[in-house]
Ligand binder design. Structure first.
Ligand SMILES: Cc1ncc(COP(=O)(O)O)c(C=O)c1O
Length: 391
């Protein structure tokens, strides 16, 4: 569906925000949203403003919205609907679920996180460790930002309760061999806990194939509303005692871990998001198309650009962290913004372990390509980088 420029045009027409000519190369911070998702949210507010559990029409409509969102999220992740937990965003879900999982951890138990991780995948464990006398250890990276599996093997022990890691880096785009990490975690009886926030925008997920026990993603990174979606393996989460208000129902399983009333209108938007992704051919269409944009970018980058992390297409998603020789990152993004190209400059990108290793001064520029970007936008970016240097 994304292979012909004409079909890309028709996909882009579904986004009002893409009609202005501004090139959004900032999706790692949050993507654009097709109109149909916003319309589904507005429709839910007009036609189904109610809570779950009553017998009249609007409440039954809310029930339908929730069940449909659970079913579609389950299909997206490759699990059962009762293994889905909705929440405000990944970070909130991770705080909640880590606390819940950790209720029976003993002082001295260990949690492994990786130095590639966004802090939303690290801070919840650090806080839990602080309160419960646990130990958090960081699995290190190779020079090229790939995960050091020897270091992982060395740090795993019979005290390891969780191996938590980001499947793809939100800063440099490096992808981790998640199935291999999950196998290693299971070898010592630990839970495999996957932050799929960045990965989920670019490649298909099958939680069973990868062997995750918990996996969390954020639909606002893949054309959906501001929400978090978690998967918890049924055999694991049914053993957990949830933090919940007592009269709240305990079934379906996943809903036990949702606190209070959910944002039903956003769940209606989430359902429309999955329909949108299906309608453009899903990741079978998205992944190779985004790869072609990344290849075009790499083929055209000026010599004065430093790309941090992996130099090529292998082992990455189409997210790039760069600096331009002699031009501060803040100046580069301002120059690009004047040319109606949206990118960001930041220091750590919340990936604190990675930031310490990359060694640039101050800030770097992040560029993220997603399926609604065009080859022409890549060319405009390349021209903008060239002119930022020579100006
Ligand atoms: C890899 C990664 N993990 C976690 C998060 C936190 O997600 P949320 O904003 O849904 O809490 C982000 C946000 O950018 C991210 O990129």
């Amino acid at each position: 569906m994304l292979d012909a420029p004409t079909s890309l045009e028709s996909i882009r027409r579904r986004f009002s925000s893409l009609q202005s000519g501004f090139a959004f190369l900032d999706a790692p911070g949050g993507s654009q949203v097709p109109d149909e998702v916003g319309e589904a949210i507005a429709r839910a507010m007009r036609e189904a403003s109610a809570n779950l559990g009553a017998v009249y029409e609007t409440s039954l409509r809310v029930k339908e919205i929730v069940q449909s969102a659970e079913a579609k999220a389950a299909r997206f992740l490759g699990c059962e609907p009762h293994e889905i937990v909705f929440g405000a965003n990944m970070t909130s879900l991770n705080f909640t679920l880590s606390r819940t999982a950790g209720r029976d951890f003993a002082p001295g138990d260990e949690i492994l996180v990786s130095s590639l991780d966004h802090d939303g995948g690290v801070a919840p464990w650090l806080e839990l460790a602080r309160d419960r006398d646990l130990v958090v250890r960081h699995v290190e990276l190779h020079e090229d930002t790939t995960l050091d599996f020897d270091d992982l093997a060395a740090k795993l022990s019979d005290r390891t309760r969780v191996v938590a890691f980001a499947w793809a880096s939100n800063a440099v785009g490096t992808v981790v061999d998640a199935a291999r990490v999950c196998r290693k975690a299971h070898d010592v009886g630990a839970l495999a806990w996957v932050d799929a926030v960045h990965y989920a925008a670019h490649q298909a997920i099958d939680v069973r194939a990868v062997g995750a026990d918990v996996l969390i993603c954020s639909p606002y990174k893949f054309c959906g509303p501001h929400l978090g979606v978690a998967y918890g393996r049924a055999e694991v989460i049914e053993r957990w005692r949830p933090y919940k208000a007592r009269p709240a129902p305990s079934t379906p399983l996943g809903r036990r871990f949702e606190t209070g009333t959910q944002a039903y209108e956003l769940l209606a938007g989430l359902g429309a998001t999955f329909d949108y992704l299906d309608s453009i051919g899903g990741f079978a269409a998205i992944t190779p198309y985004e790869r072609s944009l990344a290849a075009r970018f790499l083929a055209g980058i000026p010599d004065a650009v430093t790309v941090y992390g992996l130099p090529g297409l292998e082992g990455r998603v189409p997210t790039f962290l760069i600096n331009l020789d002699g031009v501060p990152a803040a100046k580069v993004v301002a120059h690009l913004a004047e040319r109606r190209i949206g990118t960001w400059a930041h220091d750590s990108w919340y990936a604190l372990g990675l930031y310490r290793r990359l060694g640039y001064e101050d800030q770097a520029v992040r560029i993220g390509f997603v399926h609604y970007n065009t080859a022409e936008e890549v060319d405009r970016l390349l021209a903008g980088l060239e002119s930022a240097r020579t100006r």
